[in-house]
Ligand binder design. Structure first.
Ligand code: ADP
Length: 306
């Protein structure tokens, strides 16, 4: 087996999350006053990279940020979490931002400006081929252009690197991308959207969704079920439910990203799928007992103590 410099390469988005608390979200034409602005590093790619690195994975991130203060915030938090950020490209557009309002019930409204994420190109992937050769597993999401995802998946396959993909936000995926996902990782909402007209989408059992998703072509599927944990299934195998530890959830922001980063990290260590999911549900549960996303992700030591 070749020596790998990285366990995990994450290819995806990096955003600044700009959060304001409001009594209620404004109607059309209305202005409301909110709390002080809080700025947090976010974006699914950046979140997953931080989650894995905090757990001890040697992690690299391929992403694009703007040449601005938000981009510097993202680079700083990646580096201080131990992520190799030499693959983070800079410039071309402002750093992506998510404008988030949160009401007292905890419900939020979000506008995303993709900014530099939309400029991460297939050419950027081709120029970063060395990162793919250097990693055991590559983890992707869909907050960057789909043709960039397809190029990254093809590059990973040629490098013999395992592909983990979280189809978020949900979009129709080319068959050759779906066919190499091992696993496709998604929550209930994403599962239903990906299945669209499939009669399984109308059923209430995640087992039915997982079976239908496997028929779309991936090698394995993991459906996350919030407080209920997750469900794992492999092509040709039966679905296995893995419960999450019972915790008092404070803030579920980023739980799915912590889960996927942790899952990908365990897979780089040669864990079986169910074993990796068992680890990931513990990490997901640990991420919801503190406020925030990246700042709430647990360290290796915290998970080992459970
Ligand atoms: P997403 O954040 O993408 O919507 P989920 O809500 O399914 O995804 O959460 C992902 C994972 O985070 C779950 O599989 C579980 O491990 C953990 N998790 C989320 N919410 C809770 C909760 N209330 N209690 C325990 N674990 C949770």
């Amino acid at each position: 087996m070749p020596a790998h410099e990285f366990d995990l390469l994450v290819v995806g988005s990096a955003n600044a999350d700009l959060v304001v608390g409001v009594q209620r979200r404004p109607a059309a034409g209305e202005t409301v006053l909110g709390s002080d602005l809080a700025t947090h590093p976010g974006g699914r790619g950046a979140n997953q990279a931080v989650a894995a690195a905090r757990l001890g994975a040697r992690t690299a991130l391929l992403a694009r940020v703007g040449d601005d203060a938000h981009g510097r915030l993202l680079l700083d938090t990646q580096r201080s979490s131990g992520v190799d950020a030499s693959g983070v490209l800079i410039g071309g557009a402002p750093t992506g931002v998510a404008l988030i309002t949160v009401d007292p019930a905890g419900d939020n409204g979000i506008v995303v400006s993709p900014g530099a994420n939309a400029l991460l190109s297939p050419q950027d992937v081709r120029a970063s081929g060395k990162l793919f050769d250097a990693a055991r597993v590559v983890s992707l999401q869909l907050e960057i252009p789909l043709d960039t995802v397809a190029e990254a998946v093809g590059t990973a396959v040629r490098a013999g690197t395992r592909v983990v993909l979280n189809p978020s936000p949900p979009a129709a995926l080319p068959a050759q991308v779906l066919a190499v996902c091992d696993p496709l990782v998604l929550n209930e909402h994403e599962a239903r959207l990906l299945l669209r007209d499939d009669p399984a989408a109308a059923q209430d059992t995640p087992e039915a969704w997982a079976e239908a998703l496997i028929r779309l072509g991936p090698r394995s599927v993991v459906v996350t079920l919030g407080a209920s944990g997750a469900l794992a299934t492999r092509s040709g195998g039966a679905a296995v439910r893995i419960p999450a530890p019972h915790v008092h959830a404070i803030d579920t922001t980023g739980a799915g990203d912590a889960f996927t980063g942790a899952l990908a990290w365990r897979l780089t260590r040669g864990a079986e799928l169910e074993e990796a999911v068992d680890y990931a549900v513990r990490v997901g549960a640990a991420a919801v007992i503190r406020a925030g996303a990246q700042e709430a992700f647990p360290t290796e030591r915290e998970i080992a103590r459970d």
